[in-house]
Write a protein that binds this ligand. Structure first.
Ligand SMILES: [Zn+2]
Length: 261
């Protein structure tokens, strides 16, 4: 690759996650764990359910050499939100996929939700949910990691512009992944309702790579909770996420190829 192309890619903010390897490195993040059970309703415990789906997704991804896969936890252990972000950064993951399960005061609430981070002000419901999912970090000693300081101001103008473009690209990629996930769900007439939302969840706000937080269903909805507890449905969820990741990778590979033309 010549210097001009390198500059072009840098300006587009693509270099860090589109080029280094042909395999797309996914960091799967099963939410909660240990003393932090997440939402609990009857027999359904969020930390356990998301770990099961995460492990199924990991197994599927590992069979395809187009993907490299890492996971933030494989057991029921405590893991702070900043540690999850650090693991993804240290591993230089291309994509961060966090799995959670929902709870609502209205037991009719149902469906899968895909959250990505962008610049728009979040709606109140999303903000409330985000604050619940972010609770563990606010209670932890790692609180100081949240603020992070104004990093941009420490950098030069050019670096700030590149960083800005990179963030823009990250948001667009995250939105694209969310849309792809929704398409997979909508293509299956028997699948539960799927929506895209945006909210300031810690893990998808603080990771530098494109990211999505998936709420796999509502534990407070009796029908959905019952289904979430079955291995068949857990497999179906993992398979659907995998299908979306395949489409996402295809799109990203095409985009990189076009940029290099
Ligand atoms: Zn959660």
């Amino acid at each position: 690759m010549n210097l001009l192309k390198t500059k072009k890619l840098l300006a587009l903010g693509l270099l860090s996650w589109s080029l280094p390897a042909s395999a797309l490195h996914i960091m799967i993040d099963p939410g909660h764990g240990g003393v932090d059970t997440g939402a609990v309703h009857g027999a359904a415990k969020e930390a356990d359910l998301v770990l099961k789906v995460a492990q199924r997704l990991k197994t599927i991804l590992e069979k395809n050499t187009d993907f490299k896969v890492s996971i933030t936890r494989t057991t029921d252990r405590n893991l702070g939100l900043p540690s999850r972000v650090k693991m993804a950064e240290d591993a230089k993951a291309d994509l961060f996929v966090s799995l959670h399960a929902n709870a609502a005061s209205d037991q009719r609430a149902k469906g899968v939700e895909f959250f990505f981070q962008n610049n728009l002000p979040p709606d109140e419901e999303s903000l409330f949910l985000a604050s619940q999912e972010n609770q563990m970090v606010l209670n932890s000693k790692e609180l100081h990691d949240i603020s992070g300081g104004d990093e941009l101001s420490k950098k030069g103008d050019v670096a700030a512009i590149v960083e800005d473009l990179r963030r823009q690209n990250r948001m667009e990629s995250s939105l694209h992944l969310s849309k792809t996930l929704t398409q997979v769900w909508n293509a299956d007439s028997s699948a539960t309702h799927a929506t895209i939302k945006q909210a300031p969840f810690y893990v998808i706000s603080k990771t530098s790579m494109p990211s999505v937080l998936i709420e796999i269903g509502f534990l407070t909805n009796p029908r959905e909770a019952k289904r979430l507890l079955t291995t068949e449905y857990q497999s179906d969820l993992a398979q659907k996420i995998y299908s979306a990741l395949l489409s996402y990778k295809e799109k990203m590979d095409n985009r990189t190829a076009k940029t290099l033309d």
